[in-house]
Design a protein. Structure first.
Lengths: 155, 257
């Protein structure tokens, strides 16, 4: 077979492979794997984070605004501290906002749900490095069952 | 006593083989690069090794994706979780089946052909005549084939995964009626660029080295007789399949363990 035809077929081969790679990159993998663009950091302390993981989403009303960057244990009170990277395009949450650890679906993954609080003249806006003080911890099934059994015993 | 002698004999033989194979690969690949001479040879081998393997890879990828879609659906629908079909098909193809099945097919389709070709070159003394003309057969015959295998296997594995996912889409969405949007969006939420796609490519690079290396070494050292070449071809397919499956477990344990 003449060389030109071979070169043509090898060119087609490599192009098909690159097309496959582009298909996998764009259609199959998540494009916004890392939060691109500018972010700022917020902290929140919880009593119990349940099954929250690094890279779990942070959502406001179901919209992903950021991701959990790290989870550490406070060395003084032994409480988990969650560091969240929020996209700069969702700035100016009031400090009265609430962070809760919620579960998507009955058995789904856990995420941080941010609930924006009220805004007033003497309420500050959360900025880079600030902490959210109103937090609700994760629902732990065993504790719920324990509470339920305990309340049954009262009757 | 005989038992230990046997063990020692086999161990030394294995080590000798590995050493000879390493020396062969080293001599073939290390040296002054001659891009003007090597490039046309590489293109021709890419055609033989890559382009001619494309059809079998695409067809088997399509069918494996379709089978994954069908089997996954029948199990997932019991739990009302048929939206998870997308990530199931995509992850199993990208992480395991794409690199592994491509390497197995590649060993059967291209590896055996490489062994037979080089073995016959040895048997008909073409390699000796190259040496007579002061052309190093390792550089002229072995090196382009090695690079062709090294380049084409990851490309073939990518094609395999892509068309397999499309096959899963055809069966899951078009035939069995999983929601179109959920299929892709749940897949996108759980497949990661670096963790899944890139690790799959690394896997297939490792398999490419192993399979091509075994094929070339078996061909180069084949006994120059008809039974010798036939034995070498069989050994290529058997050894590279076993090496691929064994290495796959190790790589999976390291990457996703």
């Amino acid at each position: 077979m003449e060389m030109r035809k071979i070169e043509l077929l090898v060119g087609v081969f490599i192009s098909v492979a690159i097309a496959a790679l582009i298909f996998l990159a764009l259609q199959v993998a998540n494009q916004s794997s890392a939060m691109r663009g500018e972010t700022y950091t917020l902290y929140a302390k919880f009593d119990n984070i349940g099954g929250l993981k690094v890279r779990s989403p942070v959502k406001v009303g179901g919209v992903v605004v950021g991701r959990v960057a790290s989870i550490e244990l406070d060395s003084e009170y032994f409480e988990p501290v969650v560091e969240m990277r929020i996209s700069k395009s969702f700035a100016k949450f009031p400090e009265t906002s609430t962070a809760s650890i919620l579960t998507s679906g009955l058995l789904g993954e856990q995420y941080v749900g941010l609930e924006p609080g009220f805004m007033d003249d003497d309420v500050f806006v959360l900025e880079d490095g600030d902490s959210i003080y109103n937090t609700n911890s994760a629902m732990v099934l065993e504790n719920l069952i324990g509470q339920f059994l305990f309340s049954q015993g009262d009757d | 006593m005989k038992f230990f002698i046997n063990i020692g004999h086999n161990a030394l033989n294995t080590l000798r083989g590995i050493g000879a194979a390493s020396i062969m690969l080293f001599q073939a690949l290390v040296g002054k690069p001659q891009p003007r001479k090597m490039f046309p040879l590489l293109i021709r081998q890419l055609y033989v090794v890559g382009v001619q393997s494309m059809l079998i890879i695409l067809i088997s990828g399509l069918f494996i994706g379709m089978v994954l879609g069908l089997q996954g659906y029948t199990i997932l629908v019991d739990f009302g979780a048929e939206q998870a079909l997308g990530p199931m098909v995509a992850l199993s193809l990208l992480r395991e089946l794409g690199p592994v099945v491509t390497a197995l097919l590649f060993a059967g389709r291209a590896g055996s052909a490489l062994t037979a070709e080089i073995g016959l070159m040895r048997a008909t003394e073409q390699l000796s005549s190259l040496e007579m003309m002061a052309v190093d057969p390792l550089r002229r015959v072995v090196a382009p084939r090695f690079w062709a295998g090294f380049i084409s296997m990851p490309l073939l594995a990518l094609m395999f995964s892509a068309i397999g996912i499309y096959g899963g889409f055809l069966v899951g969405v078009e035939w069995l009626g999983v929601d179109d949007g959920a299929f892709w969006s749940v897949m996108q939420a759980s497949v990661e660029w670096k963790n899944d796609i890139f690790n799959g490519v690394i896997k297939s690079l490792v398999f490419a080295i192993v399979v091509t290396w075994i094929a070339l070494y078996k061909g180069y050292t084949a006994a120059p007789t008809s039974p010798g070449i036939s034995a070498a071809t069989t050994q290529t397919v058997v050894y590279s399949s076993l090496a691929v499956l064994g290495l796959d477990f190790i790589l999976t344990a390291v990457m996703f363990g």
